[in-house]
Ligand binder design. Sequence first.
Ligand code: NDP
Length: 332
Amino acid sequence: MFNGILITKDDAGYRAQVQPIDEAVLSEGDVTVSVEWSTLNYKDGLAITGKAPVVRRFPMVPGIDLAGTVIASSNPAWQAGDRVLLNGWGVGETHCGGLAELARVKGEWLVALPGTFTARQAMAIGTAGYTAMLCVLALEKHGIQPDDGEILVTGANGGVGSVAIALLAKLGYQVVASTGRVSEAEHLKALGAAEVIDRQVLAAPGKPIGKERWAGVIDTVGSHTLANACATTRYRGAVAACGLAGGMDFPATVAPFILRGVTLYGIDSVMALLAVRQEAWARLAQDIDIVRLDRITREIGLPEAVEVAAQLLDGKVRGRVVVDVQGGRPPL
Ligand code: NDP
């Protein structure tokens, strides 16, 4: 038995609670990991609260991210003692995830923990930070340079947004942060934002095309925000869309794409190829400012994770949350 969050769904309803879990609950896999740190992402909030049908199998251990040490492996790529991390692949949705002391996963899903990071730091980055890096890479590969102009980041106080600001600022870009919490403007500026705007500016239905402003955009919000961001992106600019915190719809026209040559990149972290993940993590190891990362990271234990998951969906959490899965006990 080991400790973790277990989500169950039966006649009594949908519940997520910390409890002892039998190893038989774990999913199939060729590598067993002693999980030291996990984290809470938007999707974990949906899974734990049941607000969207993210979990597809019950009982389920939530947690789309994990970092820890291999304790058993029949996969030739990994041996007991290897330090590893995992993001996505349906873990925490269809395959038992990281918010428990033990995880059994497929070896091909694992990435070696970069030597520059502790397991806790890797989880402070987590799927949110790795997705932010995928967005930054999309803009870079499009050819956008720091002196091309302003980069808009929406959902700025969230996990993806916060890490995106920190990364872009470190790389020398001028970042404009869009947020519903303008009271946090000083915090966003300390992270690296040059300017902070109220998200209402982008949230209302807008024109098919507007005044050109952004050289690039990282959007975590979707809906009118994404449509307005595309409509105000400069000629040959690019928009990396990764989120739907404001809605899944995309009420836009083709005007920005056919009149300004704007490119819209879809960013998916969950099923990204291993080579893409390795590139993103290598760049994170090089480009993330650990001091800034620490500034946006809050640490909790497993018992608090259920409550904080609901706060995350209510937009009350700033930055990143790491979960100390073993709670200071000796690792399994
Ligand atoms: P967080 O909950 O940490 O942040 C989301 C932020 O979005 C909030 O902090 C808030 O920022 C803003 N927001 C919330 N509600 C609204 C709203 N109704 N209208 C406009 N803005 C809103 O989530 P993450 O940063 O972890 O994830 C952000 C999005 O990216 C989510 O939709 C998530 O599902 C998606 N995602 C996608 C991935 C992929 O692979 N494509 C991977 C990871 C995340 P503020 O207070 O600053 O306004």
